[in-house]
Design a protein around this ligand. Structure first.
Ligand SMILES: Nc1ncnc2c1ncn2[C@@H]1O[C@H](COP(=O)(O)OP(=O)(O)OP(=O)(O)O)[C@@H](O)[C@H]1O
Ligand SMILES: [Mg+2]
Length: 226
């Protein structure tokens, strides 16, 4: 198992002082080489769950086990090292850094992980080819289309050979053709590299293509049998 959430609970303190309970006694096992889709209405807690699995946010109760270890025993720098070297993130808005070109954006997480610049750049080039934007390597994000930016973000998410990719509505702002292309890439690369993917989406056609599909509803996950 790459990561497991065991009986987790998560709430937010609201401005009024009351607590909004988002997740309750929720468990999920994420296996390598598989894509898990999470669907559910807006505001139900999909992003909250992805942030927790991405070790970007903590739980109120329950445990998160990564690599056989309870992450609550880890400090901030250990958590951020795991996030950078073992996880890849793709969000609805790509969050590429505007002051760096496509190649540099993709290479950056590898440089942060200690890879030499020539090696990081050569791997970044390979990934840009794999996602079909090699010829845009020198373009800054503002000179790339939305679909190209998302593909660069996918390449960036994969550069450190992550064990887990968290994709939060990664095709949220793409047209159907580019959406299909990005999902084909994500699914294909998952199979090729054996990483685990947790994907939040509103698109049922995408959810049906996943190996496992869950509906998040009333604070719990229900497995959807397709
Ligand atoms: N930092 C926060 N403080 C307070 N409430 C929050 C916070 N983050 C999220 N929420 C609330 O928690 C609930 C779940 O939010 P979340 O973003 O996880 O939903 P979602 O399923 O991803 O929705 P969408 O499909 O619109 O992206 C929502 O009611 C949201 O308003
Ligand atoms: Mg969300």
């Amino acid at each position: 198992m790459v990561i497991s959430a065991i009986n987790i609970g998560k709430s937010y303190l609201e401005g009024t002082g009351s607590r909004l309970i988002v997740l309750e006694d929720l468990s999920i096992d994420v296996e390598g080489g598989k894509v898990i889709a999470i669907t559910g209405e807006s505001g139900v807690g999909k992003s909250t769950l992805l942030h927790i699995l991405g070790l970007l946010d903590t739980v109120d109760s329950g445990r998160i086990i990564f690599n056989g270890e309870d992450v609550s025993s880890l400090n901030d720098s250990q958590l951020s090292r795991i996030r950078n070297s073992d996880f890849g993130f793709i969000f609805q808005f790509h969050y590429l850094l505007p002051e760096f070109d496509a190649l540099e954006n993709v290479a950056l997480p590898a440089l942060l992980a200690g890879m030499s610049r020539p090696e990081a750049e050569s791997r970044a080039k390979e990934l840009l080819s794999a996602v079909g934007v090699a010829e845009r390597a020198g373009h800054f994000p503002n000179a790339l289309s939305g679909g190209e930016q998302q593909r660069v973000a996918l390449a960036r998410a994969l550069i450190n050979n992550p064990r887990l990719v968290l994709a939060d509505e990664p095709t949220g702002n793409l047209d159907p053709k580019n959406e299909d292309k990005l999902i084909d890439l994500l699914f294909g690369l998952t199979r090729e590299f054996g990483m685990a993917v947790v994907l939040a989406t509103h698109n049922m056609a995408i959810a049906r293509r996943a190996d496992q599909s869950y509906l998040l509803r009333e604070k719990h996950l229900e497995e959807v049998i397709c």
